[in-house]
Design a protein around this ligand. Sequence first.
Ligand SMILES: NC(=O)c1ccc[n+]([C@@H]2O[C@H](COP(=O)([O-])OP(=O)(O)OC[C@H]3O[C@@H](n4cnc5c(N)ncnc54)[C@H](OP(=O)(O)O)[C@@H]3O)[C@@H](O)[C@H]2O)c1
Length: 252
Amino acid sequence: MISFSKEDIFFVTGASSGIGRASALLLNELGATVIITSRRQEKLHEVKNDAVHSENMIVESRDLSVDIDNHAEWVIGLSKKYGKLKGLVLSAGVSFVKPLSLVDYSSLKTAYDILFDAQVMLVKGFANRKANAGNSSVVIISSNTAAYGVKGTLEYGSAKAALITAGKVMANELYYRSIRVNTISPGAILTPMVEESIKRGETNASVAEYAGKPEYIANMVSFLLSEKACWITGQDIVVDGGASLPHLHERI
Ligand SMILES: NC(=O)c1ccc[n+]([C@@H]2O[C@H](COP(=O)([O-])OP(=O)(O)OC[C@H]3O[C@@H](n4cnc5c(N)ncnc54)[C@H](OP(=O)(O)O)[C@@H]3O)[C@@H](O)[C@H]2O)c1
């Protein structure tokens, strides 16, 4: 059984909703102190209220798409305020669906700012000795979309693929400082991101019938942050309910 102590401080982005929310609540339930962030402070307070150990849930809101150059210093500042960090979960993300004909430099930059650049700068801050508790772990939420080249996912899918490679590079560079770095590539998970995408007609409504639950990803997040995963680093773990198996391929 996985358990943490309140001295284990985990920092979770995208914690107001979906996978980030489920991960923050599970880590808190398993005993950790969790710093939760996203733009919507009121939603973060709802998550805190829903937590089993609400007193160990800390709210810090921030828009990760702006002032990206200062994300690393911000993470270091949080560790000064609350204590050195044992784990980082990067779940903030936005869906971008657009064919090549509608992609321009500005839209590419907007997508990469939040999906890639912001994530790397957060890991940079976490890896700093002033911020890191040692023997620690980073989990970055990528996507199984990274592997398939689905139409309309040029910005989203390629940024997620870049995250998988960045995760391996960072795992290599941070290995001798006992910081493990892994990515998770979820298949379709029923969260507000997917529900909104269905409403906009960008995602087939049938996805809702077979999509997984945010908790399925939270389980893998908690495992990768725990000592049980002490020998796992530089990996991309696909959690997709078998969607990548040949006979289920239409479910990607
Ligand atoms: N759902 C799926 O099927 C699926 C599949 C594969 C991968 N993923 C990935 O999993 C991650 C979580 O997705 P989800 O499905 O849980 O989506 P979600 O329910 O829409 O949650 C997205 C989270 O990101 C935060 N966020 C978005 N823009 C932000 C910004 N500029 N600054 C700070 N926070 C921001 C949102 O909070 P605020 O709005 O409060 O800022 C929210 O907490 C994403 O990286 C997504 O790409 C999802």
